[in-house]
Design a protein around this ligand. Sequence first.
Ligand code: ACO
Length: 350
Amino acid sequence: MTTRRPQTPRRVKPVGSGRFAVGPALRTRIVGTGSYAPPTVLTNRDLERMVDTSDAWILERTGIRERRIAGHDEAASDLAREAARHALRMADVRPKELDLILVATSTPDMVFPSTACVLQKMLGAKQAAAFDLSAACSGFLYGLAVADQFLRCGTYKKVLLVGSEIFSRIVDWQDRATCVLFGDGAGAVVLQAERGRRGLLSTHLHSDGNQGHLLYVPAGGSRIPATPKSLEEGLHFVKMKGNETFRVAVRALEAVVTETLQNHGLPPSAIDLLIPHQANFRIIRAMAERLGLPMDRVVVNLDRYGNTSAASIPMALDEAVRDGRVQAGHLILFEAFGGGLTWASALYRW
Ligand code: ACO
């Protein structure tokens, strides 16, 4: 004789920061991923010939072996277009079906029009609204949260979200403390809302403008417009207090990951895959250790691409989707930290 378990009442499940619904919720689903990295490779050995550094220092302190550098004729929209095409193909979505194009970038083609509008033209996505989003390395997760609002409230049905960066244009190639860290690339996802248990479970966004001075590009905006003096002083390049940023990043990421798991009442062991922003292997390993996750459940590609800022998470996701590491039903935790300061996480059931 079998004993039937008493039926438990249907549980109320969180579907986003501070919002609750009963039953199968309308969730944002990733239905296509794509990425693009320009073919030119710059290795640590190449950098040894450019600044006072060494392959050993870069590898030990960051985990980076090489990075990609965009061609002189390429802008952020060109990289975005390639990533977007791959994602649209996987999703079997035509550009004309898109309702919204979001591009997360700190290295737009120009001040305006937005890189998203340039991309809209390139793709022929005539119906789509388009705008850029600036949250540095957290840009992709901020973009995911924004797209999620439009999709779950029914305003839009299909959204293209791209992270695209050409940091090689804004790093000072004479500053060894920053030029070894970054690389160029783009990653894209096609998003749509579907009812069910799978999809985006929540996003968690944070900012602290008080610490903006740790990581910034001083000139090129309205505060310090381009002048011969600003160029001479190198104010258009990335400035970063790396060591301080590192310490803040580890604390902030630990807090946001804890917040995310607590929000869902989940233990760290529930996570099948961690897809972190790819800034520094030591930060990634520290987070994996705090979660008790073995490194084979963490997607790492910064050894080949360096820090591609807003592009890093969608590039890593695309790689893991295409090589089969991401499987149906997997619980994926995304986390990122960047200039602003900004930091964020997202929990996703694939
Ligand atoms: N090669 C050799 N030596 C170097 C290099 C280099 N490329 N760069 C710095 N050094 C030297 C420094 O001058 C310093 O020398 P000193 O001790 O004689 O003064 C020494 O190495 C140690 O420097 P630190 O800055 O303390 O090195 P650290 O171990 O902190 O590593 C790094 C630096 C890799 C930048 C690290 O701090 C880091 O990854 N920080 C976080 C970056 C991050 O997450 N940023 C956010 C995302 S990026 C965005 O949003 C755009």
